[in-house]
Design a protein around this ligand. Structure first.
Ligand SMILES: [Zn+2]
Ligand SMILES: [Zn+2]
Length: 188
């Protein structure tokens, strides 16, 4: 698992995503469209769950602005966009939370497939390593929220449909490894 530790070091250098605003109608119109829709939900859980329905998962070129998200008649964004929008919902509802990252081990063929789509879109693929990927998540209390799958998980060791969670790290925190991954690492 020494490979994992070097991937963690590399992933740490990826900035957590913040969608920028040009301060003009191009961006404010999209922002109103997003939050106008999300604020129609009676409860916060439903609003959080609606984020990846409203913004289809797909490649984005960073640094991204709100006006980069419309694609066809919908919106497209990656987990960084989902995390930024979900965090804004939590902030509006005054729910304490921290942004963070997770390292997932997806199905073996997924990374190559994702790299091809991200490259085709001209988006960066720094989030994809050989066997593992970087994914943006949010910590709320002692639970983690996956803003793209719209589900809670317990942290390192959990299984998401994107893959097994090998490690999690709160912004400004330190990595928490899956005990199975660290046990493997400890062996000579
Ligand atoms: Zn704009
Ligand atoms: Zn992701």
């Amino acid at each position: 698992m020494t490979g994992l530790l070097s991937e963690l070091k590399r992933f740490e250098r990826i900035d957590l995503s913040r969608v920028a605003c040009h301060g003009t109608a191009c961006c404010t119109a999209v922002r109103h469209r997003v939050f106008g829709r999300l604020m129609q939900y009676a409860n916060m859980g439903a609003a959080l769950a609606a984020v990846p329905e409203l913004i289809r998962w797909g490649p984005v070129r960073w640094p991204a602005h709100w006006c980069d998200l419309p694609e066809g008649d919908g919106l497209t964004g990656d987990c960084g966009v989902h995390a930024d929008v979900a965090a804004a919902v939590l902030t509006r509802e005054a729910v304490p939370h921290t942004r963070g990252r997770a390292v997932l081990r997806p199905a073996p063929l997924a990374p190559a497939h994702w790299r091809a789509s991200w490259t085709e879109a001209g988006a960066g693929d720094a989030w994809i390593a050989g066997r593992v990927v970087h994914h943006e998540v949010i910590k709320v209390g002692d639970q983690w929220w996956d803003p793209s799958e719209a589900r809670w998980f317990s942290g390192a060791g959990a299984h998401l449909s994107g893959g097994r969670v090998l490690a999690v790290r709160e912004e400004h925190g330190s990595w928490q490894l899956d005990s199975e991954a660290s046990a493997t690492h400890a062996r000579p």
